[in-house]
Design a binder for this molecule. Structure first.
Ligand code: F6P
Length: 536
């Protein structure tokens, strides 16, 4: 119902330009932004006005967002299709009180595991825990999806703080990934962390067995040089990883929300436990803000409402994440899992079909590289893409401050260009200045018109420190949660990935040539036949 109100508001303002809003309200930038700590979220370069914002906020009340938020933080089983609580926030609840699940406070276990991680990480870094050939020079994390994307993203992001052993990530079951990674390493001085919540994921287990054989053959000692991160402690034992090297977590931590706990172990080994603590504190600061700020001042809520406005009301099918920060190069991939695995659903919590579009396609690349690739479509394509820019006020390289100024200028220029555009008159004047006339002037000018009026938001932060990274990741987690609540879906299951896994298992013996493809569709059978006739 409220969405209908929002849609009619959208129609009523369809002739209005975003720039008109700035003309009408000189304080629009301040009025249509929200902040927490030093983080500023500016959504003024969108069509959201007072009426739209009021209606969007009303959506939160209608969906009982406050009640759902409390249910999440207090350990109620809001992941109803799997019968689980959703408590990744407990992993960063460093100074908070007890958090009960089924009447049991989970915090003592969380803090105990965190302390074990700190000790292990510092001993690996200091060389007290070492391999058969001496202190560890390299760490290989084997995991996929939520057991890979978070630590990969954070390792890149925190490169200026990386003073531990070199880190490598192997996720793909494609043998090329592990072969190319291990080729450069010394098997007697490499620590392998097998990260898998279930410890059954075929890609991860296949890679883990290959790494174990490589280590044994190369003079390493898997009994000393393997660690595991998992919630399936029975399975880690069967694999042969000693209990003191296994870091467990409960089923109330979803894979894509797990970087805060043992899944973050490689990051802690890289940057040290103090920097990792700062990351957790950033996440916790965002939790406190999300839990207490009024909706209009609440950064995750306003980020989510901007998302709903663009996707569910205006119908923009995709959302570009555009970090002007090279070290956030894996952030778009991380957000793809976070947002699309969480909110890519077409069934509501009660089993009914969703009557509004699900979450958008999320994609992106760091600026300025994206500018020289896909920004053409963002500026002049026929579809509107909502753009989410991110940038730091300063970089980590004071000696290269002029680079950062150029980076910032580019980031700001893009959101300005998207909003302002360039009119036909302006384009004609430019062409006329080159000496063109008549029909050719018109033709050339039309190619140089930018429609403008294209929405974007900007998240700006002082510097990409561990604390700020924690704030940003928790901000987006809560954004996904809020959007899921407003859509009435379960953001914490992922049944959509199961079918492909099941079929891959059944196709294994067929691709091996041990079973016939009979019963498979014609295309699949023909592709199998091609494989069987084209390999040695
Ligand atoms: O692809 C689905 C998924 O279950 C993700 O949600 C998860 O992050 C990933 O697989 C890896 O799972 P696991 O940590 O159990 O190996």
């Amino acid at each position: 119902m409220l969405l209908e109100t929002l849609k009619s508001l959208a129609v009523s303002q369809s002739d209005r330009r975003i720039l008109d809003l700035f003309d009408a309200d000189p304080n629009r930038a301040q009025g249509f932004s929200a902040s927490t700590g030093d983080l500023l979220f500016d959504y003024s370069k969108t069509q959201i006005d007072q009426d739209v914002r009021a209606a969007l906020i009303q959506l939160c009340n209608e969906a009982d967002l406050a009640g759902r938020r409390e249910a999440m933080f207090t350990g109620q089983k809001i992941n109803e299709t799997e019968g689980r609580a959703v408590l990744h926030t407990a992993l960063r609840n460093l100074d908070g009180g007890p958090v009960d699940v089924d009447g049991q406070d989970v915090m003592p276990d969380v803090l105990k595991t965190l302390q074990r991680m700190r000790v292990f990480a510092e001993e690996v870094r200091g060389g007290t825990i070492a391999g058969a050939g001496g202190s560890f020079t390299d760490v290989v994390n084997i995991g996929i999806g939520g057991s890979d994307l978070g630590p990969v993203m954070a390792t890149h992001a925190l490169a200026p703080y990386h003073d531990g052993p070199r880190l490598h990530y192997v996720s793909n079951v494609d043998g090329a990934h592990i072969a190319d990674t291990l080729r450069q390493l010394d098997p007697s001085r490499t620590l392998v962390i097998v990260a898998s919540k279930t410890f059954t994921t075929i890609e991860t287990m296949t890679n883990a067995r290959t790494a174990r054989a490589w280590m044994t053959d190369g003079g390493g000692d898997p009994a000393r040089q393997f660690a595991a991160v998992s919630s399936a402690l029975d399975k880690t034992q069967v694999f042969g990883i000693p209990e003191e090297r296994v870091f467990g977590f409960a089923d109330w931590v979803g894979g894509r929300y797990s970087v805060w706990g043992p899944v973050g172990l490689p990051v802690m080994i890289a940057v040290g436990s103090n920097a990792f603590d700062a990351f957790l504190r950033g996440g916790q600061a965002m939790d406190l803000h999300f839990r207490s700020a009024e909706w209009v001042e609440n950064v995750p809520v306003m980020l989510a409402l901007t998302g709903v406005w663009h996707r569910q009301v205006l119908g923009y099918a995709s959302r570009a994440v555009l970090p002007y920060d090279q070290r956030l190069l894996r952030l778009p991939a991380y957000f793809q899992q976070l947002e699309m695995e969480s909110n890519g659903k077409s069934v509501a919590m009660d089993g009914s079909s969703l009557t509004v579009p699900s979450g958008p396609v999320v994609w992106g690349e760091p600026g300025t590289n994206g500018q020289h690739a896909f920004y053409q479509l963002i500026h002049q394509g026929t579809d509107v893409v909502s753009c989410e820019f991110m940038v730091a006020a300063e970089g980590h390289e004071p000696e290269l401050a002029h680079h950062h100024r150029l980076l910032l200028a580019n980031c700001l220029a893009q959101s300005e260009a998207l909003m302002h555009g360039r009119s036909l008159d302006e384009a004609r004047a430019r062409m006329a200045a080159t000496g063109l006339q008549g029909a050719e002037l018109d033709r050339q000018a039309r190619h140089r018109v930018f429609a403008g009026n294209r929405p974007s938001t900007t998240l700006i932060y002082p510097k990409l420190t561990p604390f700020v990274l924690g704030q940003i990741i928790a901000l987006y987690e809560h954004r996904v949660f809020v959007e899921g609540v407003l859509l009435g879906i379960n953001s914490f299951d992922q049944w959509g990935v199961e079918l492909g896994k099941e079929l891959a298992t059944s196709l294994g013996p067929i691709v091996d040539g041990d079973e016939s493809p009979n019963g498979k569709d014609g295309s699949t059978a023909a592709l199998v036949a091609y494989v069987l006739t084209h390999r040695d």
